[in-house]
Every structure is written in structure tokens, then in C-alpha cells.
Design a protein around this ligand. Structure first.
Ligand SMILES: Nc1ncnc2c1ncn2[C@@H]1O[C@H](COP(=O)(O)OP(=O)(O)O)[C@@H](O)[C@H]1O
Ligand SMILES: O=P(O)(O)OC[C@H]1O[C@](O)(CO)[C@@H](O)[C@@H]1O
Ligand SMILES: [Mg+2]
Length: 459
């Protein structure tokens, strides 16, 4: 771990596109019971069966929340109604507000780990948002001034008139029990439910036309890029643009970033409820990048739109490791990725083709960076310095670890895996995490950065 922390001080990373404010509620039994009382168990059950993929009214939210609590799976559902946005504000008191979005979370993490340079971009940067980035010389926002690329601290670069996007995060904990009509539900795993604000202002996931010509220059300044936020796209926009338009622009960005230097690009996937949009993002973006990270719900969602519905349902319902391995193989091959990383509550997995320059041992080391960082963040709330990582290293691997390894070896023996390198490690699981939102982003950032550092040593 310490060798990586040293390497990180020499590395640069570009991050785009999504940053927001996470307004967090720690859900307890009382919250849930009062929601059920207010909306009625029967109404909620009926709406759960309908499975709304957007939140148009409060009942949509309650139904999807209870569904998430029942499965214990990490979920995110778009909020599209201004009315309901107001309802959230009057209905909940938020426990804390923190920086959110893959860019926000990863930028602060890498800057605090003393990366040489972190360039964080999002099309919108309001004042409140800028204030949430850590104020350090190594965290910079790109702007164009007098025809030149200038990197500025977010506090010197924000635009007063830019709106700030607020997502609501409901943190739930394993063991929470409540009644839905006659049914008693016990939350099986801890996690978060995200109400992702999807107003049109926030849905233009793109590089500003002004900055775009400088992407090759930015690419030259860094060792890698982590791209995310495509989940924020809409199918249609009021000015006639559509998801295809933004995805074409997104593909241009990827090519521009690599124009002067062949940097590795990681995409951190996030839940996309709309199946058509999900498919578009996968087919347009994945084949252009090297590395993709996602959680277990997301791999199930992806397999479902690629046509593997049965496998997808199995992953969702039974959490069996052999299904995850099979799913990962399919994804790696069909989209021809260099490396795929899947994070779940109990284990992290990498799959690459057999000709990957890293050994299985090295790949495992890279995953260990990810889980150590997540455990540190889960314990402390935030990683403020490289020192904090030690806290993560003291968190033991979870008690299901040995079982997971055994099942993994069994799965490998049964399956054709010779053309791949597949490794898993158990997670270091914190019993009472400060929060869980962003732990996946943390794992992926640590895994990808250490992957780059290991590749660098081979040169
Ligand atoms: N209490 C915990 N301690 C350590 N790691 C955790 C804990 N809870 C969750 N994690 C890790 O965080 C991951 C969550 O990832 P993900 O669902 O992508 O979250 P997010 O998108 O909010 O970052 C889990 O798969 C697990 O590996
Ligand atoms: O999909 P959006 O609205 O960009 O939000 C991403 C969400 O995912 C997270 O980055 C966690 O992975 C949250 O902090 C954030 O609320
Ligand atoms: Mg995630």
C-alpha cells in the first residue's frame, strides 16, 4: 500500500463530468414506518409492482425506496418533478451535506492522497459546489482565458450563476426492521438509495465548446482519466437535442483526450433506470475506454439489456459468485474492455484477458488498494491525508471472505477461464460506516490509480 501512496504523488488524473451535493438522510425504523403510514401499505405495494423508473411523485419514491430496502441493493432513481423536489425538502431533515458525484468524491480523495495533479471538470460549477472541493494546490478546474488553457482552484473558477444540483441520499442499514401491511421486512445489507436529480439544466453532460479544443493538452498533463456521469443524460431535451447528440460529443472527448498521449481511461458506471438509455451508454462508451467499474446491481442491469436476462435476475436475486464471474466474462468480451472491476459488499473482482501485462498477484494488490481506501473512508467519513489510509488497513477482511474465496475457486474450476485473468479479494467491511455513498467511487479510483501505477512499473 505504502509503495502506491508514493507513486500517487507523481501521478496526474483528469476527472469529468459529474459533481453534485449529496444531502444525506440516515434512515431509521421511524422514518420508514411514518412513510408507510402516510402512503398506505397497499398503495405502496401496488406501485412497487409497477416499478416506476422515474420519480414523478412522492409515492414513486416510497415504492422504490421500500423495494431497495427489501433487496438491500444499491439503487439510484431519477427525480424529474420540481414539485416532488420541494416535497423532499419539506418532508426530510438532512443529516449532512457532502460533495457527491464521481468527480466530486474522487477529486477530493485523490487530492487528499497528495496526487501530483487532479484536474476536475464539470460543465456546471456554482459557488456552493466549488466550496465543497478541498482547497489544495493539486486540485484544479480547467478554464480558458485569452485563448489559453488555465488551471485554477475551483474557488477561483466558479460561476455565480451556475445552479447547484442536489441529490438526496438515503443511507440504510442491515437489520433495520419494519412492517409493510402483513409483511415484516428486514433490510439484508447496508447501503444507499439515491434520488438523483435529473432536471434538464443538470442533464447536459458535456465538455463546454470552449474547453473542448484543449482536451488533447489536458490528456498530455495526466496519466489517466476517470469519466462518469453519463447516467445523467436524458433521451430528449427541450431544444431538440437528444442522448445520441451528447453521446457523439462524449466519444469525441475520449478521442481528444488521447490525441497527444495514449492515456488509459476508466469509466465509473452508475445505475441507469431507462433500459434504452442504458444500452446506448454501454454501446457508445464502453468500447472506447480501457477500464470500467461498477457494483453488483449495475452489472446485473447491464447484462439484462445485453440480452442475458436470466443471468441478470440470478445475480440480482442470489448473489452467487459464479454468476458474477460469468457475467463479467460476457461483459469483458462483448465490449472488449482491457479490464473490468466489479465491487460488491463481500468481494471485489477484476477480470482481464490473459495477455494483460499484470500478474494475478499484482491485480490482487491493486484491488487491495481499493478496499483499504473504502474501509478508511467508511471508518472516518473522509480520507483527509495519506496517513488516514492506515485506518483502512486495520479493518479486517469480512468474515465471509474465506467462503467467498472457496466458492470462487469452485466456480473457476467449473468454467472455461483459461483466456482470462480473474482475481477476487474479500472486502474490508466496516461494521458501522459513517456513510456508504461514494464507497464504490473510492474503490474504483484506488483500483484504477494503482492499476496505472503497476502498469507504469512494467515500462
Ligand atoms: N461498511 C462498508 N465498509 C467498507 N466498504 C463498504 C461498506 N459498505 C459498502 N462498501 C463497499 O462499497 C461498495 C459500494 O459501491 P457502490 O454501490 O458503487 O456505491 P457508490 O456508487 O455510492 O460509490 C460496495 O460494493 C462495497 O464494496
Ligand atoms: O447520477 P448523478 O446524479 O450524477 O449522481 C451520482 C451519485 O453517485 C455518487 O457519486 C455515488 O457513487 C453520489 O455521490 C451521487 O449522488
Ligand atoms: Mg457506484
Amino acid at each position: 500500500m505504502m509503495e502506491f501512496l508514493k507513486d500517487f504523488q507523481k501521478m496526474g488524473m483528469y476527472l469529468a463530468y459529474n459533481v453534485n451535493v449529496d444531502a444525506i438522510v440516515y434512515l431509521n425504523e421511524k422514518h420508514i414506518e411514518s412513510l408507510i403510514k402516510e402512503f398506505g401499505a397497499e398503495n405502496i405495494k401496488k406501485r412497487m409492482d409497477e416499478y416506476p423508473r422515474e420519480i414523478n411523485e412522492p409515492l414513486d419514491f416510497v415504492a422504490r425506496l421500500v423495494h431497495a430496502l427489501k433487496t438491500g441493493k444499491p439503487q439510484a432513481v431519477p427525480l424529474v418533478s420540481y414539485e416532488t423536489d420541494k416535497w423532499f425538502n419539506s418532508r426530510f431533515k438532512y443529516d449532512i451535506e457532502r460533495i457527491g458525484g464521481q468527480v466530486g468524491i474522487i477529486a477530493n480523495l485523490l487530492a487528499n492522497l497528495n496526487f501530483n495533479r487532479v484536474i476536475a471538470y464539470s460543465p456546471l460549477l456554482g459557488k456552493k459546489q466549488a466550496e465543497m472541493f478541498v482547497n489544495k494546490d493539486n486540485l484544479l478546474y480547467p478554464v480558458v482565458e485569452n485563448g489559453k488553457l488555465v488551471l485554477k482552484k475551483p474557488l477561483e473558477a466558479y460561476r455565480e450563476s451556475d445552479p447547484v444540483k442536489i441529490n438526496r441520499i438515503f443511507e440504510f442499514r442491515a437489520g433495520t426492521k419494519f412492517k409493510l401491511g402483513d409483511e415484516t421486512i428486514e433490510v439484508p445489507y447496508s447501503g444507499r438509495f439515491i434520488v438523483a436529480c435529473r432536471f434538464e439544466d443538470f442533464a447536459r453532460i458535456e465538455t463546454s465548446p470552449e474547453l473542448k479544443p484543449y482536451l488533447p493538452e489536458i490528456g498530455e498533463m495526466v496519466d489517466g482519466a476517470i469519466l462518469s456521469g453519463y447516467q445523467g443524460l436524458r433521451k430528449y431535451y427541450s431544444d431538440g437535442k437528444d442522448a445520441n447528440y451528447y453521446l457523439r460529443k462524449a466519444k469525441e472527448d475520449i478521442k481528444l483526450l488521447r490525441k497527444k498521449k495514449d492515456i488509459k481511461i476508466h469509466v465509473e458506471f452508475a445505475s441507469i433506470q431507462d433500459r434504452e438509455l442504458r444500452k446506448k451508454v454501454i454501446y457508445n462508451i464502453f468500447p472506447l475506454v480501457d477500464s470500467v467499474g461498477m457494483d453488483e446491481a449495475e452489472i446485473a442491469h447491464i447484462l439484462s439489456v445485453l440480452g442475458y436476462r436470466e443471468l441478470s435476475d440470478r445475480i440480482f436475486t442470489y448473489n452467487r459468485i459464479e454468476d458474477a464471474v460469468l457475467g463479467a466474462k460476457i461483459l469483458l468480451d462483448e465490449l472488449n474492455l482491457e479490464i473490468l472491476q466489479v465491487h460488491t459488499i463481500y468481494y471485489l473482482m477484476y477480470i482481464t484477458h490473459n495477455d494483460n501485462p499484470l500478474t494475478e498477484e499484482e491485480l490482487r494488490k491493486s484491488l487491495e488498494v481499493g478496499t483499504a481506501l473504502a474501509a478508511a473512508r467508511a471508518s472516518l467519513g473522509d480520507i483527509k491525508s495519506p496517513e488516514d489510509v492506515k485506518v483502512g488497513l486495520k479493518v479486517p477482511f469480512n468474515e465471509k471472505g474465506e467462503y467467498v474465496k472457496l466458492r470462487f475457486e469452485e466456480a473457476k474450476a467449473k468454467m472455461r477461464t483459461r483466456e482470462y485473468k480473474i482475481v477476487i479479494i474479500p472486502t474490508r467491511l466496516v461494521k458501522n460506516p459513517v456513510s456508504t455513498v461514494g464507497l464504490g467511487d473510492t474503490i474504483s479510483a484506488g483500483a484504477f490509480a494503482s492499476y496505472l501505477s503497476l502498469l507504469g512499473r512494467k515500462e
